[in-house]
Design a protein around this ligand. Structure first.
Ligand code: PEP
Ligand code: MG
Length: 313
């Protein structure tokens, strides 16, 4: 018995692999925070707060209609705190609400969600945040509370950016809510071909990072609905058109000192990760169960780069 125990202990100690490219983890619900942190990830590359909000059961606009915005802020604050605390001092990039109408309609108070023929091209992401500013402001107040408590390991990330105005307007609202942008990070998702093609203009708006949302970037670039089984066979994050956009964005961002990352599903696929490391991406955010494998892939890709360099000395 004693022998067995000893062996277990030895097995449990793993040498952490060090990589220059950071390996982060995606988080959707606060309950996953501690387990996600235990993966040894270098931070959270995407905290999808819409899953946490869906979990509340009540539509954000319903809280606002009932005059209970403080209750909503408190819920957001509690959920965000759990993640930010579990990872402290590692960074947690909190994505502002990316609520698709079809998913939010089922919630209490969700009856007013517009019925859309193409929800994926509709009222979601930053465009929605900027029209329903009440919930965007509530998120900022929750974040402000955390910053005031000393949790500056936060990044604010804007979803579905397609133009410069969206970044400007969001930044204005963030500043109006008293968020000290010099203490935290501020970034955007690159998940539309538009954002990738105007990346030069977007980086001039003063962003610290971009993160590739390859689920959306792929569906919008190659016109393949990510949720349509009939065309699922065409869904390919490594389509040359998608890779070309990513390569271009990484190049421009490196020139401007803006960090690049990926948080789409493709960030969990070894063959994509290897390509991205070779292109010079700064971090990769994977699903919780893929963190270990991604770290190993990154390690191998970096080793290959170093060996090639040494051989060509
Ligand atoms: C993406 O589009 O790749 C992404 C990470 O965002 P979501 O899957 O939440 O749309
Ligand atoms: Mg997306």
């Amino acid at each position: 018995k004693k022998e067995e125990k000893k062996e277990e202990k030895v097995m449990a100690v793993e040498t952490p692999i060090l990589t220059a490219t950071e390996v982060k983890v995606n988080v959707s619900i606060p309950d996953a925070a501690e387990r996600a942190a235990a993966t040894g990830a270098d931070g959270v590359g995407l905290f999808r707060i819409e899953h946490m909000v869906l979990g509340l059961g009540k539509h954000p606009m319903q809280y606002i209609k009932e005059g209970k915005v403080d209750e909503y802020i408190e819920e957001l604050y509690k959920g965000m705190k759990r993640v930010v605390e579990a990872f402290y001092p590692k960074p947690v990039w909190i994505r502002t609400l990316d609520a698709p109408t079809d998913e939010f309609r089922a919630m209490e108070g969700g009856e007013d969600e517009p019925i859309e023929a193409n929800p994926m091209l509709g009222f979601r992401g930053i465009r929605r945040d900027l029209l329903e500013t009440e919930h965007f402001r509530a998120e900022m107040r929750a974040i402000k509370k955390l910053i005031d408590e000393g949790f500056t390991n936060i990044g604010i990330m804007l979803p579905l950016i397609t133009n410069v105005e969206e970044v400007r307007k969001a930044k204005q609202l963030i500043i109006e809510e008293g968020i000290p942008l010099n203490k935290i990070e501020f970034g955007i998702m690159v998940e539309t071909p538009a954002a990738a093609l105007i990346i030069e203009d977007l980086v001039k708006e003063g962003i610290d990072f971009v993160s590739f949302g390859t689920n959306d970037l792929t569906q919008y670039t190659i016109a393949v609905d990510r949720n349509n089984e009939n065309v699922a066979y065409l869904f390919d994050e490594t389509h040359p058109a998608v890779m070309k956009l990513i390569e271009m964005v990484i190049k421009v961002c490196r020139e401007h000192g803006v960090k690049t990352s990926i948080c789409g599903q493709a960030g969990s696929y070894p063959h994509v990760v290897e390509k991205l490391v070779l292109l010079g991406i700064d971090s990769v955010s994977a699903n919780q169960d893929a963190v270990k494998a991604v770290r190993e892939t990154v390690y191998r890709a970096e080793r290959k780069i170093m060996l090639d360099k040494l051989r060509n000395l």
